[in-house]
Design a protein around this ligand. Structure first.
Ligand SMILES: NC(=O)c1ccc[n+]([C@@H]2O[C@H](COP(=O)([O-])OP(=O)(O)OC[C@H]3O[C@@H](n4cnc5c(N)ncnc54)[C@H](OP(=O)(O)O)[C@@H]3O)[C@@H](O)[C@H]2O)c1
Length: 247
Protein backbone atom coordinates (compact mmCIF):
# COMPACT_ATOMS: atom_id res chain seq x y z
CA UNK A 1 0.00 0.00 0.00
CA UNK A 2 1.35 3.41 -0.95
CA UNK A 3 0.88 5.51 2.20
CA UNK A 4 1.29 8.80 0.37
CA UNK A 5 4.24 9.80 2.52
CA UNK A 6 6.90 10.22 -0.17
CA UNK A 7 8.43 13.67 0.15
CA UNK A 8 6.32 14.54 3.20
CA UNK A 9 8.19 16.62 5.79
CA UNK A 10 8.21 15.16 9.29
CA UNK A 11 9.59 16.18 12.68
CA UNK A 12 10.04 13.41 15.25
CA UNK A 13 11.13 14.52 18.72
CA UNK A 14 12.99 12.37 21.27
CA UNK A 15 14.13 10.22 18.37
CA UNK A 16 17.74 9.25 19.14
CA UNK A 17 16.56 5.79 20.20
CA UNK A 18 13.54 3.71 21.16
CA UNK A 19 10.05 4.50 19.87
CA UNK A 20 10.93 7.89 18.38
CA UNK A 21 13.84 6.45 16.42
CA UNK A 22 11.69 3.61 15.07
CA UNK A 23 9.05 6.13 13.92
CA UNK A 24 11.73 8.17 12.15
CA UNK A 25 13.20 5.08 10.46
CA UNK A 26 9.77 3.89 9.26
CA UNK A 27 8.82 7.34 7.95
CA UNK A 28 12.10 7.48 6.03
CA UNK A 29 11.42 4.00 4.62
CA UNK A 30 8.11 5.38 3.30
CA UNK A 31 9.97 8.19 1.51
CA UNK A 32 9.34 10.97 4.02
CA UNK A 33 11.98 13.60 4.73
CA UNK A 34 12.59 13.46 8.46
CA UNK A 35 14.16 15.84 10.97
CA UNK A 36 14.80 14.58 14.50
CA UNK A 37 15.61 16.02 17.91
CA UNK A 38 16.69 14.80 21.34
CA UNK A 39 19.44 15.84 23.74
CA UNK A 40 22.00 13.94 21.59
CA UNK A 41 20.47 13.12 18.20
CA UNK A 42 23.42 13.63 15.82
CA UNK A 43 24.72 10.04 15.55
CA UNK A 44 21.23 8.64 15.02
CA UNK A 45 20.41 11.28 12.42
CA UNK A 46 23.49 10.24 10.43
CA UNK A 47 22.76 6.49 10.84
CA UNK A 48 19.16 6.61 9.70
CA UNK A 49 19.50 9.21 6.94
CA UNK A 50 17.53 12.02 8.55
CA UNK A 51 17.62 15.38 6.79
CA UNK A 52 19.00 16.91 9.97
CA UNK A 53 18.77 17.11 13.73
CA UNK A 54 18.94 19.52 16.61
CA UNK A 55 20.08 18.87 20.17
CA UNK A 56 17.78 20.22 22.87
CA UNK A 57 16.27 19.26 26.20
CA UNK A 58 12.61 19.33 25.23
CA UNK A 59 11.47 20.26 28.74
CA UNK A 60 13.23 23.64 28.51
CA UNK A 61 10.81 26.50 27.87
CA UNK A 62 12.31 27.71 24.56
CA UNK A 63 13.38 24.30 23.21
CA UNK A 64 10.22 23.31 21.28
CA UNK A 65 10.19 26.63 19.40
CA UNK A 66 13.87 26.16 18.59
CA UNK A 67 13.33 22.54 17.45
CA UNK A 68 10.39 23.41 15.19
CA UNK A 69 12.30 26.39 13.75
CA UNK A 70 15.30 24.20 12.92
CA UNK A 71 13.06 21.51 11.39
CA UNK A 72 11.17 23.99 9.20
CA UNK A 73 14.43 25.60 8.06
CA UNK A 74 15.84 22.19 7.08
CA UNK A 75 12.67 20.74 5.54
CA UNK A 76 11.12 23.86 4.04
CA UNK A 77 7.83 23.29 5.88
CA UNK A 78 6.08 20.65 7.97
CA UNK A 79 3.43 18.01 7.27
CA UNK A 80 3.90 15.58 10.16
CA UNK A 81 4.64 16.16 13.83
CA UNK A 82 5.38 13.17 16.05
CA UNK A 83 5.30 14.41 19.64
CA UNK A 84 7.54 12.36 21.91
CA UNK A 85 9.64 12.93 25.03
CA UNK A 86 11.53 10.82 27.51
CA UNK A 87 9.38 9.21 30.18
CA UNK A 88 8.94 10.96 33.54
CA UNK A 89 10.76 9.40 36.49
CA UNK A 90 9.18 6.23 37.85
CA UNK A 91 7.84 5.97 41.40
CA UNK A 92 4.66 5.57 43.39
CA UNK A 93 2.84 8.71 44.51
CA UNK A 94 4.43 8.28 47.94
CA UNK A 95 7.96 7.85 46.48
CA UNK A 96 7.93 10.86 44.18
CA UNK A 97 9.04 14.15 45.75
CA UNK A 98 6.81 17.13 45.08
CA UNK A 99 9.60 18.84 43.11
CA UNK A 100 9.43 16.04 40.49
CA UNK A 101 5.88 17.00 39.58
CA UNK A 102 6.97 20.24 37.99
CA UNK A 103 9.80 18.49 36.08
CA UNK A 104 7.32 15.94 34.74
CA UNK A 105 4.80 18.66 33.88
CA UNK A 106 7.43 20.45 31.78
CA UNK A 107 8.68 17.22 30.17
CA UNK A 108 5.41 15.45 29.45
CA UNK A 109 2.70 18.11 29.11
CA UNK A 110 4.29 21.48 28.41
CA UNK A 111 6.75 20.14 25.83
CA UNK A 112 3.74 18.83 23.89
CA UNK A 113 1.79 22.08 24.28
CA UNK A 114 4.77 24.16 23.13
CA UNK A 115 5.64 21.85 20.21
CA UNK A 116 2.12 21.98 18.83
CA UNK A 117 1.93 25.72 19.39
CA UNK A 118 5.11 26.29 17.37
CA UNK A 119 4.27 23.75 14.66
CA UNK A 120 0.66 24.77 14.00
CA UNK A 121 1.27 27.72 11.65
CA UNK A 122 3.36 25.41 9.45
CA UNK A 123 1.01 22.41 9.64
CA UNK A 124 -1.91 24.61 8.59
CA UNK A 125 -0.14 25.18 5.25
CA UNK A 126 0.04 21.43 4.54
CA UNK A 127 -2.62 19.51 2.59
CA UNK A 128 -1.94 16.31 4.59
CA UNK A 129 -1.11 17.47 8.11
CA UNK A 130 -0.80 14.94 10.92
CA UNK A 131 -0.04 15.17 14.62
CA UNK A 132 0.64 11.94 16.51
CA UNK A 133 1.35 11.88 20.25
CA UNK A 134 3.38 8.99 21.65
CA UNK A 135 1.37 8.15 24.72
CA UNK A 136 1.01 5.12 27.03
CA UNK A 137 -1.47 2.45 28.05
CA UNK A 138 -1.38 4.33 31.38
CA UNK A 139 -3.93 6.83 30.01
CA UNK A 140 -6.52 4.03 30.19
CA UNK A 141 -5.08 1.71 32.80
CA UNK A 142 -2.80 3.31 35.40
CA UNK A 143 0.48 1.45 35.79
CA UNK A 144 2.11 0.59 39.12
CA UNK A 145 5.07 2.80 40.10
CA UNK A 146 4.33 5.34 37.37
CA UNK A 147 2.37 7.98 39.27
CA UNK A 148 3.73 10.87 37.20
CA UNK A 149 3.09 9.18 33.86
CA UNK A 150 -0.40 8.05 34.92
CA UNK A 151 -1.32 11.60 35.86
CA UNK A 152 0.33 13.82 33.26
CA UNK A 153 -0.27 11.69 30.18
CA UNK A 154 -3.99 11.91 30.87
CA UNK A 155 -3.64 15.66 30.38
CA UNK A 156 -1.87 15.10 27.06
CA UNK A 157 -4.74 12.86 25.95
CA UNK A 158 -7.16 15.67 26.80
CA UNK A 159 -4.99 18.03 24.77
CA UNK A 160 -4.96 15.63 21.80
CA UNK A 161 -8.75 15.28 21.83
CA UNK A 162 -9.21 19.04 22.13
CA UNK A 163 -6.85 19.63 19.21
CA UNK A 164 -8.56 17.01 17.06
CA UNK A 165 -11.84 18.92 17.38
CA UNK A 166 -10.31 22.35 16.95
CA UNK A 167 -8.12 21.45 13.98
CA UNK A 168 -10.50 19.23 12.02
CA UNK A 169 -11.62 22.18 9.88
CA UNK A 170 -7.95 22.69 8.94
CA UNK A 171 -7.76 19.03 7.79
CA UNK A 172 -5.18 18.30 10.47
CA UNK A 173 -5.69 14.92 12.13
CA UNK A 174 -4.59 14.43 15.73
CA UNK A 175 -4.18 10.99 17.30
CA UNK A 176 -2.28 9.22 20.06
CA UNK A 177 -0.61 5.82 20.01
CA UNK A 178 -0.43 4.07 23.37
CA UNK A 179 2.18 1.36 24.00
CA UNK A 180 2.24 -0.96 26.97
CA UNK A 181 5.62 -2.66 26.85
CA UNK A 182 7.63 -2.21 23.67
CA UNK A 183 11.23 -3.29 24.11
CA UNK A 184 13.32 -0.13 24.45
CA UNK A 185 15.83 1.14 27.01
CA UNK A 186 12.96 2.69 28.99
CA UNK A 187 11.30 -0.71 29.35
CA UNK A 188 14.64 -2.41 30.12
CA UNK A 189 15.08 0.11 32.94
CA UNK A 190 11.54 -0.40 34.26
CA UNK A 191 12.06 -4.18 34.11
CA UNK A 192 15.03 -3.89 36.46
CA UNK A 193 17.82 -3.60 33.89
CA UNK A 194 18.44 -7.29 33.20
CA UNK A 195 17.28 -9.91 30.70
CA UNK A 196 15.42 -11.92 33.36
CA UNK A 197 13.30 -8.88 34.23
CA UNK A 198 12.61 -8.22 30.55
CA UNK A 199 11.58 -11.84 30.00
CA UNK A 200 9.30 -11.77 33.05
CA UNK A 201 7.66 -8.60 31.77
CA UNK A 202 7.03 -10.24 28.39
CA UNK A 203 5.66 -13.39 30.04
CA UNK A 204 3.02 -11.29 31.83
CA UNK A 205 1.52 -10.00 28.55
CA UNK A 206 -1.35 -11.84 26.80
CA UNK A 207 0.93 -12.64 23.85
CA UNK A 208 3.78 -13.73 26.11
CA UNK A 209 6.22 -11.26 24.62
CA UNK A 210 7.11 -7.59 24.45
CA UNK A 211 6.36 -5.59 21.33
CA UNK A 212 9.04 -4.35 18.97
CA UNK A 213 9.67 -0.69 18.18
CA UNK A 214 8.99 -1.52 14.52
CA UNK A 215 5.51 -2.85 15.37
CA UNK A 216 4.79 0.35 17.28
CA UNK A 217 6.15 2.60 14.52
CA UNK A 218 4.01 0.89 11.86
CA UNK A 219 0.86 2.08 13.68
CA UNK A 220 2.18 5.62 14.07
CA UNK A 221 3.16 5.83 10.42
CA UNK A 222 -0.22 4.50 9.27
CA UNK A 223 -1.87 7.35 11.18
CA UNK A 224 0.37 9.73 9.22
CA UNK A 225 -0.70 8.24 5.90
CA UNK A 226 -3.05 9.53 3.23
CA UNK A 227 -5.35 6.58 4.03
CA UNK A 228 -5.80 7.77 7.64
CA UNK A 229 -7.27 11.14 6.61
CA UNK A 230 -10.62 10.42 8.34
CA UNK A 231 -9.17 9.06 11.60
CA UNK A 232 -8.79 11.73 14.28
CA UNK A 233 -9.15 12.11 18.03
CA UNK A 234 -8.28 8.45 18.64
CA UNK A 235 -5.96 6.71 21.06
CA UNK A 236 -4.72 3.53 19.37
CA UNK A 237 -3.31 0.91 21.70
CA UNK A 238 -0.26 -1.01 20.49
CA UNK A 239 -0.11 -3.26 23.52
CA UNK A 240 -0.42 -6.88 22.40
CA UNK A 241 -3.91 -7.00 23.94
CA UNK A 242 -2.77 -5.92 27.41
CA UNK A 243 -5.57 -3.42 28.04
CA UNK A 244 -8.16 -5.08 30.29
CA UNK A 245 -11.07 -2.69 29.80
CA UNK A 246 -13.85 -3.19 27.27
CA UNK A 247 -13.92 0.41 26.00
N1 LIG B 1 8.51 1.63 25.41
C1 LIG B 1 7.29 1.50 25.86
O1 LIG B 1 6.70 0.41 25.81
C2 LIG B 1 6.57 2.66 26.47
C3 LIG B 1 5.38 2.41 27.16
C4 LIG B 1 4.65 3.49 27.67
C5 LIG B 1 5.12 4.78 27.48
N2 LIG B 1 6.28 4.99 26.81
C6 LIG B 1 6.74 6.36 26.65
O2 LIG B 1 7.11 6.63 25.31
C7 LIG B 1 8.18 7.59 25.29
C8 LIG B 1 9.35 7.02 24.51
O3 LIG B 1 9.77 5.86 25.21
P1 LIG B 1 10.95 4.91 24.74
O4 LIG B 1 10.57 3.57 25.25
O5 LIG B 1 11.27 5.11 23.31
O6 LIG B 1 12.14 5.48 25.65
P2 LIG B 1 13.74 5.45 25.43
O7 LIG B 1 14.14 4.26 24.63
O8 LIG B 1 14.30 5.65 26.79
O9 LIG B 1 14.01 6.74 24.53
C9 LIG B 1 13.74 8.01 25.05
C10 LIG B 1 14.09 9.07 24.01
O10 LIG B 1 13.76 10.32 24.57
C11 LIG B 1 14.88 11.20 24.47
N3 LIG B 1 14.81 12.11 25.61
C12 LIG B 1 14.77 11.75 26.93
N4 LIG B 1 14.69 12.84 27.70
C13 LIG B 1 14.69 13.92 26.85
C14 LIG B 1 14.64 15.31 27.06
N5 LIG B 1 14.57 15.85 28.28
N6 LIG B 1 14.67 16.13 25.97
C15 LIG B 1 14.74 15.60 24.73
N7 LIG B 1 14.78 14.28 24.47
C16 LIG B 1 14.76 13.45 25.53
C17 LIG B 1 16.09 10.28 24.46
O11 LIG B 1 17.18 10.83 23.74
P3 LIG B 1 18.41 11.65 24.42
O12 LIG B 1 18.92 10.82 25.55
O13 LIG B 1 19.36 11.82 23.28
O14 LIG B 1 17.81 12.95 24.87
C18 LIG B 1 15.55 9.10 23.64
O15 LIG B 1 15.68 9.36 22.25
C19 LIG B 1 8.52 7.88 26.75
O16 LIG B 1 7.83 9.02 27.18
C20 LIG B 1 7.99 6.65 27.47
O17 LIG B 1 7.70 6.89 28.83
C21 LIG B 1 7.02 3.96 26.31
Amino acid sequence: MDLGLAGRRALVTAASKGLGRACAVTLIAEGARVFISSRSPEATAREIGAVGSVAADISAERAPEHIVGAAVDALGGLDVLIVNAGGPRPGTFQDVPLSSWDDAYQLTLMSAVRLVNSALPHLKKSDQARIVFISSISVRQPLPILALSNSLRAAVTGLAKTLSLELASHHITVNSVAPDAILTDRIRQLAGGDELGVKAMGDRTPMGRLGTPEEFAAAVVFLCSRQAAYISGQTLGVDGGSLRGVH
